[in-house]
Design a protein around this ligand. Structure first.
Ligand SMILES: Cc1ncc(COP(=O)(O)O)c(C=O)c1O
Length: 382
């Protein structure tokens, strides 16, 4: 593979051909990517599911601990190359935490002030990480006002509102350039089923699923995309009803995924199927996967894994051999005080026990997996 080519700040070039600070900022981000390794694609060994290969793309190993590292890098490059961020421009973001951690890292790298507008319920670990990278946290009580608060703060500061929920889908290069989809297919090359039957993703902005779905179509892969939505979120209804105006009154308990509105970056036309996973089932799947990997994963990884198991159960029932891929979105270390804390679960009236028993039986023995969760294919006519 040829080494990537990009301009470095080159003092020998005549000044009129340099954009000074912006050139340096872009070069710094590109250099950081050069130093950063790709994330692992882990094969989960499940002897009871002979013929069905399960892979987990481990996005928790990015320098800032989640798949949002990719998005933050893309959003900064997009904003720099669009002239939205210049030397000293304060950058403001609305986030449930993970994106803000990653953006704080890139803001510090290029030396601009960073402000994260987040729900007051955001985990202490994420707040500490943002502060560690020099970011400022602006916590609000009602998550529905996240967007307006972030836009207003950016206006007050004379800064740039990054707006991941709008720009995630277009900031990422969906045709390749080592995006997450291309990385998965490259890493599968040596496997016995290198073209997965299904890829399962969650949706926060919807940007990762948009990148994945577009890439599958662009490369003409027969792989289908399943988006796993959570209990308190508007995406599933928007998909089923073909109506992006759907809303949800309660905030999602699963950090990083589930939104009160169908975000502009969610592209339903590239999604083949959606499931709506109850929060207790997400926690159950998180626990089951954590035991199998012998390290803690986050709640949204549980959401993904639950949907993947349902698809694997269908394949098993239909006698279909093949492969399935989903993401480890972040580590469970961020959620020690919440999803891994029995008192927190009790306060939220979440009982993962029945789901855990069903999933464990399925993975241990291949027993049929009976789960009462809403599930919908692409509505006709789209
Ligand atoms: C922690 C976390 N953040 C965000 C997302 C969603 O990504 P996106 O914003 O691209 O939809 C996920 C997806 O599963 C996630 O687990």
């Amino acid at each position: 593979m040829n080494p990537p080519t990009f301009f470095r700040p080159d003092e020998s070039r005549p000044p009129r051909y340099r954009r000074g600070w912006v050139d340096d900022a872009v070069a710094a981000i590109e250099a950081d990517q050069c130093r950063t390794a790709d994330t692992h694609l882990i094969r989960l060994i499940v002897p009871a599911l002979a013929g069905i290969d399960i892979y987990l793309k481990d996005e928790s190993t990015h320098p800032t601990g989640s798949l949002k590292h990719r998005l933050a890098r893309s959003l900064f490059l997009y904003a720099l190359c669009n002239g939205h961020i210049r030397e000293g421009t304060p950058v403001v973001e609305a986030s449930s935490g993970s994106t803000a951690v990653s953006e704080a890292y890139f803001a510090q790298m290029i030396g601009v002030p960073f402000y994260a507008v987040m729900p007051r319920t955001t985990s202490a670990e994420k707040i500490a990480a943002i502060t560690h990278y020099g970011g400022n946290c602006h916590l609000i009580d009602d998550g529905r006002f996240l967007y307006a608060e972030a836009a207003a703060l950016a206006a007050r500061l004379g800064g740039h509102y990054m707006d991941q929920f709008t720009f995630a889908e277009r900031a990422t290069d969906w045709r390749g350039n080592n995006n997450i989809a291309e990385s998965i297919f490259t890493q599968l090359q040596g496997e016995r089923c290198p073209i997965p039957d299904w890829i399962v993703m969650g949706a926060g902005t919807g940007g990762t699923s948009a990148t994945m779905g577009r890439y599958l179509r662009y490369r003409c892969y027969p792989t289908r995309l399943c988006v796993a939505d959570v209990e308190h979120s508007a995406f599933f209804d928007a998909f089923c009803k073909g109506d992006s105006a759907q809303t949800c009154d309660r905030p999602s308990l699963i950090e990083g995924v589930g939104r009160p509105r169908c975000e502009p970056s969610f592209v339903p036309g590239v999604v083949d199927r959606m499931m709506k996973v109850p929060d207790a089932a997400s926690i159950a799947a998180m626990n089951v996967l954590t035991r199998r990997l012998r390290r803690p994963v986050g709640g949204s990884t549980g959401t993904n894994f639950l949907a993947l198991c349902r698809l694997a159960a269908e394949m098993r029932q239909g006698g279909v051999a093949g492969s399935l891929v989903t993401l480890i979105c972040d580590s469970g270390e961020r959620y020690r005080q919440t999803y891994y804390e029995p008192q927190w679960l009790a306060a939220c009236a979440l009982d993962p026990t029945p789901y855990e028993a069903a999933l464990t039986a399925f993975l241990d023995s291949g027993a049929p997996l009976q789960l009462d969760i809403a599930d919908a294919g692409q509505p006709q006519g789209r």
